[in-house]
Design a protein around this ligand. Structure first.
Ligand code: NAD
Ligand code: UFG
Length: 419
């Protein structure tokens, strides 16, 4: 049985599905701080089987000991952690506690239980601002630009020291580049609880009308069009990498590092263009100054994973965008007509007080049907790829551009936190 920490989260859920698909039994440990039990239902539907679930925290040693005593766990895939870069700058202790402290406690509990095979969700962020492109695993780890990045590097160092101290450990550090996309059924993907920090979830919310405009951070980098370049990798490809890494680690010893990326970089504008072309939805954007801590470019040399694991990303950028849009439309069609009544939209986006002020300003004569229609227009689970409804590049929005944030109390479009 495989323990997946953070298994109800965006990446963990895809990993669980992958393991179930290979006949493994899985137990998930998650404290649900950034996910919900809904993932379990979605996994069961797609996987045809259920994963066991334990509500708990990787920092809680007693809970971990009970978990290892209760289940015949042979390996751990450690996805649990906090991941919002801006939040890590504001609350560094929370990040070190969860990402470093949680990893240490997990390793202690594993050792006590005699389980020594571990895969860790690491990140390309550990390379810092690499002078070499593409980045291979021999590139030095750089100086991360935020506490989140430091916490990932510190957790890697803990695991590396541990493996050096005891040959029973077999550890895989998977350095993800930029995971995006969703399950190709459109049934499982990322559901950000807060204002998204990352490009794709923000872009999707602009495309579906939840946000007004995409803020593009920097158009003066030395890149193809001045905007930041990243290596976007489909989350299903990423999940397959975990399965292959697990097999490579079983019975082995020491630490292995693998980059999981495609080897191909795309600029922000190239992603936006590809989205409009593939999904038929235009995305209004404005250029902003560079975001603090961003690097100009970052893409992988994934050859080591290809040689040693037989892993290669198979899905294209268009696949990633199409699957992500299908998921976004599914989410919107299922939830938003209820959640995004004008009153509640104000609540979700701006907090109760702002909502009350706003409601007072506009009164209770709310254009509910218009808001609902806008979401229904984004229903496409069964639509053909490339013809997803919504605002098309050629056709302006059929839905009134009503938004409760355009109240006298808030004239500017919502902005993600600037790091
Ligand atoms: P996510 O937030 O969707 O999933 C993380 C899960 O961990 C959530 O379900 C959350 O509830 C759970 N969790 C958090 N702290 C916990 C704790 N102390 N105990 C138990 N559960 C806890 O994030 P994700 O995108 O799926 O990322 C998974 C991992 O991959 C994270 O470690 C992240 O740092 C790493 N990673 C993500 C990206 C990315 O762009 N998504 C890139 C590189 C690395
Ligand atoms: N960007 C925008 N507008 C946005 C969000 C992002 O222009 O609203 C730009 C950024 O400036 C950058 C590119 O889009 O040029 C990608 O930014 P993301 O925030 O999507 O991704 P990052 O490369 O900054 O970081 C992500 C994860 C990290 C992880 C890293 C490498 O957030 O956790 O990939 O894996 F460490």
């Amino acid at each position: 049985m495989i323990l997946v920490t953070g298994g109800t989260g965006y990446i963990g859920a895809q990993v669980v599905l992958q393991l179930l698909g290979h006949g493994q039994t899985v137990v998930i440990l998650d404290n649900l701080c950034n996910s919900s039990r809904t993932s379990l239902e979605r996994i069961a539907r797609l996987g045809g089987r259920r994963a066991r679930f334990v509500l708990g925290d990787v920092r809680n040693r007693a809970q971990l000991d009970a978990l290892f005593a209760d289940f015949p766990i042979t390996a751990v895939i450690h996805c649990a952690g906090l991941k919002a870069v801006g939040e890590s700058v504001r609350e560094p202790l929370r990040y070190y506690d969860s990402n470093v402290g949680g990893s240490i406690t997990l390793c202690q509990a594993m050792a006590a239980a005699g389980v020594f095979t571990l895969i860790f969700s690491s990140s390309a962020t550990v390379y810092g601002d690499s002078p070499r492109m593409p980045i291979d695993e021999r590139c030095a780890t750089g100086l991360p630009t935020n506490p989140y990045g430091f916490s990932k590097l510190m957790a890697e160092n803990v695991m590396t020291s541990l493996a050096a101290s005891d040959a029973r450990w077999s550890v895989g550090l998977l350095r993800y580049f930029n995971p995006i996309g969703a399950h190709d059924s459109g049934e499982l993907g990322e559901a950000p609880a807060q204002i998204p920090n990352n490009l794709l979830p923000y872009l999707l919310q602009v495309a579906s009308g939840q946000r007004d405009v995409l803020h593009v951070y920097g158009n003066d980098y030395a890149t193809v069009d001045g905007t930041g370049v990243r290596d976007y990798v489909h989350v299903m490809d990423l999940a397959e990498g975990h399965w292959l890494a697990l097999q490579a680690l079983m019975g082995g010893s020491g630490v292995q590092v693998w980059n999981l990326g495609t080897g191909q970089g795309y600029s922000v504008l190239q992603v936006v263009d590809a989205f409009t072309r593939t999904c038929g939805v235009s995305v209004p954007l404005v250029f902003e100054p560079r975001r603090a801590g961003d690097v100009a470019q970052c893409w992988a040399d994934p050859d080591k994973a290809r040689r040693e694991l037989g892993w290669q990303a198979r899905r294209t950028l268009d696949d990633m965008l199409r699957d992500a849009w299908r998921w976004e439309c599914r989410l919107a069609a299922q939830h938003r007509p209820i959640l995004y009544t004008p009153l509640l939209q104000g609540f979700w986006r701006d907090g109760l007080l702002r909502c009350v002020a706003h409601t007072a300003a506009i009164g209770f004569t709310t254009p509910r049907s218009a808001a609902t229609a806008r979401w229904q227009g984004c229903r496409s689970p069964s639509s053909t790829p490339g013809t997803a409804p919504g605002r098309t590049a050629a056709t302006p929005s059929p839905w009134p551009r009503w938004s409760p944030c355009r109240s006298p109390h808030r004239r500017t479009a919502p902005r993600p936190p600037v790091v």
